[in-house]
Design a protein around this ligand. Structure first.
Ligand SMILES: [Zn+2]
Length: 277
């Protein structure tokens, strides 16, 4: 502290003026709303931010005391006020998404402008809430409820990371070596953990399934069965990770796995055996 005081005492008025001049072009000036904005060298910050999104429209609930309109699409979301001020952001630009278990959402854009959504104030708001949940990147979500006040989630929760939504699935973990074992992996999983689990099991089946006569038939069926489960996970909304537990690492796609060489080799062998000569 004394050091800072000494430094301040040593400054000359000229140095202070120079520092002020240097910082002026990048300064923000905030004025009370009722004071006219006439300071030379400053331009007013536009009230709008971002562009209006064209897509589905959400109207105010009658009697909700506001006349704003929300538009949203796969691209982003925008809110337009009656004076045509627009706050718009594309989904990847959402810096922070605050959520409450009563359905309230606040989306904050990169410049600090925000869109508040209180479900009771909007007509047929469900599809908007579903879109927000689907499109806002998972790492932007911040749960805002006081701990333990309300049940945090509805429906089944992921057995690994405790997020929602999650579905109950069975994956076929067929393996064979002269004889065959029809093993299964069963559980309730979210999209991220589900895809990770699918890849782990599918990779195992690719390598271990083929090595018996029934295995040659059962393995393609198991691979196909698991692929159907994979697409069920793909269709699931992106989970909201609020528990602090990290989901399983997703890993690489199975289709480029070295294990794919086995069915490819088997197919080539069959062609070679049955090729008419
Ligand atoms: Zn999970």
């Amino acid at each position: 502290m004394a050091e800072l005081d000494a430094e301040a005492d040593a400054l000359t008025p000229g140095e202070i003026a120079a520092a002020f001049k240097a910082s002026l072009p990048t300064s923000y000036l905030s004025l009370p709303r009722e004071i006219p904005m006439t300071v030379e060298g400053f331009t007013p910050v536009p009230a709008s931010s971002g562009a209006r999104i064209k897509g589905a429209r959400v109207d105010p609930m009658p009697g909700s005391g506001h006349s704003d309109v929300i538009d949203f699409s796969a691209e982003g979301i925008s809110l337009m006020q009656p004076n045509r001020t627009v706050i718009g952001m594309r989904w990847p630009e959402v810096a922070v998404a605050l959520w409450w278990s009563d359905g309230r959402r606040t989306l904050i854009g990169p410049d600090g402008s925000g869109i508040n959504i209180i479900p009771a104030k909007w007509r047929s708001v469900e599809s908007l809430l579903a879109a927000i949940r689907q499109w806002v990147p998972a790492d932007r979500w911040i749960p805002m409820d006081e701990p333990g006040t309300l049940p945090r989630q509805e429906g089944p929760i992921c057995a690994i990371c405790e997020s929602t939504p999650a579905i109950e699935v069975t994956l076929q973990d067929t393996r064979s070596l002269l004889m065959i074992w029809f093993k299964r992996v069963h559980g309730v999983l979210c999209r991220d953990c589900g895809i990770a689990k699918f890849r782990e099991v599918q990779r195992r089946v690719l390598v271990r399934g083929w090595w018996s006569i029934p295995g040659l038939l059962a393995t393609p069926i198991a691979l196909l069965y698991n692929t159907v489960v994979y697409f069920r996970f793909k269709r699931l909304a992106v989970p909201i990770h609020s528990s602090g537990i990290t989901p399983l690492p997703k890993g690489r796609t199975v289709w480029l796995d070295p294990g794919m060489l086995i069915p490819a080799g088997l197919a080539l062998a069959l062609i070679w055996i049955f090729w008419p000569r």
